[in-house]
Design a protein around this ligand. Structure first.
Ligand code: ADP
Length: 456
């Protein structure tokens, strides 16, 4: 097993990884930017190293400097967390060259699955259902438009290199196509350096269902059930739960097996996620694979009892999975709410600043993943997520009740957060029924904001 691992991330996920390393008696080297010098991970890492200014390009994305620090401090591996360098094939390749284990799959797999069209082709070859649409990257605007006519509107334009909802456009009619294509392609070019596009049929208000995968380097691949992440705002997840109310046992087993087939097709190892959209009739389609640990991984940990970060580290160290598919049992129900420093009343504008009072909820089945503390200054430089509240209970209704209590108890003073907005979702009949889809927030935004006024 590794003796020292570099953590190339910040905030709650850096803390999550450092805690896991401590439990495994592995030392942690944490790189941090000047903006994060007062952060909690810096205080608990074995060796914190300031790497540069707040600007991520000069700190958390500074590949060569990170590698240099890893080598100088004698790290055998690097954990990239999520975001930043976690799905950067070039960085994974550089780690390999320097003889440092990248805690994730190899560069080739990251590259293959990071190219969404290539991933789509691979899935088609292996009989994994994909959304009807492109078989190749769009060669030209005219060719793309012809294909859109053939598939039938509405269609969804997607960037081959896309992520975080960028480079994506819904197109409802032919006359909107050209403008949408050009603006999406330009956006993708600016964000990812690649403006290549492909097309999918737009599934109207689907469910977002994803399967957690674990695979070792010996080819053992298992699935750990699903997460329903359909509560999204602008393609960004807000609430995740496991299991999903829309899957029965048979469908879970079937989709789980397809997810394992998809991971095997990619030659995958490490923790990963296979994402599907599911339509009203229960048809499911692969949309992409995430080759990293995900923000919402705790809900799977709560229902399966498996520490996914620990498994990821063990796999990177060359160990085989300690569990088999038949050992995976889903117990009870887990829900996660992402708490962001933002103001829902002002179009969810980020609300950084100093936290002048903090109380986190607790009790049986309540888990808080967060790196903030009383007096902490939330930085404007990075993502606005400041905490994840996760609850686990015997069944879904109890989990909803527990989450309501947890959010009632929580106090984050000094800044605006989305906690009340999240709280109100937990009372919405559509959410309580559990058959909500990705259109939920769009449909109910006005109503939820209106309800919120009663709490002012
Ligand atoms: P990104 O990598 O940018 O996050 P994804 O391909 O994962 O993009 O899609 C993001 C979200 O967009 C999904 O969670 C889902 O809600 C929605 N989505 C993706 N593909 C489709 C589709 N073909 N039809 C309808 N919604 C889709």
């Amino acid at each position: 097993m590794f003796q020292r691992v570099l953590v190339a991330n910040r905030g709650e996920i850096a803390l999550r990884i450092i805690r896991c390393l401590r439990e495994m008696e592995i030392e942690s080297v944490l790189i941090y930017s000047e903006a994060d010098k007062e952060s909690l991970p810096v205080k608990i890492a074995t060796i914190p190293v300031c790497i540069g200014p707040a600007n991520a390009k000069e700190s958390y994305l500074n590949q060569d400097l990170i590698l240099d620090i890893a080598l100088k401090t004698g790290c055998e591996a690097i954990h990239p967390g999520y975001g930043f360098l976690s799905e950067n094939a070039e960085f994974a390749a550089k780690c390999e060259e320097k003889g440092i284990s990248f805690i994730g799959p190899c560069a080739e797999i990251i590259r293959r699955m990071g190219d969404k069209m290539e991933a789509r082709k691979l899935m088609m070859e292996h009989n994994v259902p994909v959304v009807p649409g492109s078989k190749e990257v769009c060669e030209s605007l005219a060719g793309a438009k012809e294909l859109a006519d053939k598939i039938g509107y509405p269609v969804l334009l997607k960037a081959v290199a896309g992520g975080g909802g960028r480079g994506m456009r819904r197109v409802y009619a032919p006359e909107e196509f050209e403008q949408a294509y050009q603006s999406a392609s330009m956006e993708a070019k600016a964000a990812f350096g690649n403006g290549d596009m492909y097309l999918e049929k737009l599934i109207l208000n689907p469910h977002h269902i994803e399967f957690q995968i674990l695979a070792d380097k010996s080819g053992n691949t298992i699935y750990l059930g699903e997460r329903d992440c359909s509560i999204q705002r602008r393609n960004q997840k807000m609430i995740e739960e496991s299991p999903s109310k829309i899957l029965d046992k048979q469908m879970r087993a079937k989709m789980g097996e397809v997810a394992v087939r998809a991971a095997k097709a990619a030659g995958y190892y490490s923790a990963g996620t296979i994402e599907f959209v599911v339509d009203e009739e229960g048809n499911y389609y692969f949309i992409e694979m995430n080759t990293r640990i995900q923000v919402e991984h705790p809900v799977t940990e709560m229902v399966t009892g498996i520490d996914l970060v620990r498994e990821q580290i063990k796999i990177a160290a060359g160990m085989d999975l300690s569990v088999k598919q038949e050992d995976i049992v889903m117990n009870g129900h887990a829900i996660e709410c992402r708490i962001n420093a933002e103001n829902p009343k002002m179009n969810f504008m980020p609300s950084p600043g100093k936290i002048d009072f903090l109380h986190f909820p607790g009790g049986k089945g309540v888990r808080v993943e967060s790196a903030i503390y009383d007096g902490y200054e939330v930085s404007p430089f990075y993502d606005s997520m400041i905490a994840k509240i996760i609850v686990h209970a015997d069944n879904r209704l109890e989990a909803i009740r527990k989450m309501r209590c947890a959010l009632e108890e929580m106090i984050v003073g000094g800044i605006e957060t989305n906690d009340k907005f999240q709280y109100l979702i937990l009372f919405h009949p559509e959410f309580i029924r559990g058959r909500y889809d990705t259109g939920f927030i769009e449909r109910n935004l006005e109503e939820l904001l209106e309800w919120g006024k009663d709490y002012e």
